[in-house]
Design a protein around this ligand. Sequence first.
Ligand code: HEC
Length: 165
Amino acid sequence: MKPLRLLAFATMLCVTVIPLLSTSTPSVAQEGGHAHAGHADARHPIALNARERAFLLAEMREFLAVTQRVLAASQAGDMQAVAAAASSVGLKAHKDDFANPDSIVHDIRRKAPPAFLPLGRATHAGFDEIADIATTMGDKDAVNQLLAANLQNCVACHASYRVGE
Ligand code: HEC
């Protein structure tokens, strides 16, 4: 390399690469909502027994599987499949559990802070809304918008609570 080119190259390095290197670490650490190694977990622990924990986590995995099915069906324009997937975790499908004070849903409610069950109920109801919109409007954008809004409930609850002692 000629001296002038070398200088130009060195200058480019300073201007572009070095600032990138020096800012990359703090920007990762500043990302919101992540529990980084060494940081205390601020989520509220809910003390469940093994049966309640297994029930809750199985429901959760079902929520995730249904979210995937709704999105895939919506993307494919199959509104009947959207409605079928969404309504399977809707409030209507779970109304017996919510109505029965002796159900495991209410065992969990009694061990959790007051905001926990309403947030779960709202998430189930959000899937009923998705099923309704898919059936009545058949509009993919409307389905996706409602799904995105309902996923805020998942994010909000996960940010606040965990199963624990
Ligand atoms: C009312 C609160 C609440 C809502 C709403 C909620 N979750 Fe959860 N979810 C939890 C809790 C509590 C855990 C356990 C987290 C922990 O102990 O670290 C969990 C765990 C999970 C897990 C891990 C399951 C496993 O087997 O370990 C998945 C996946 C999940 N949730 C998906 C979802 C999805 C998708 C939604 C929304 C459609 C959702 N959740 C809505 C409270 C909620």
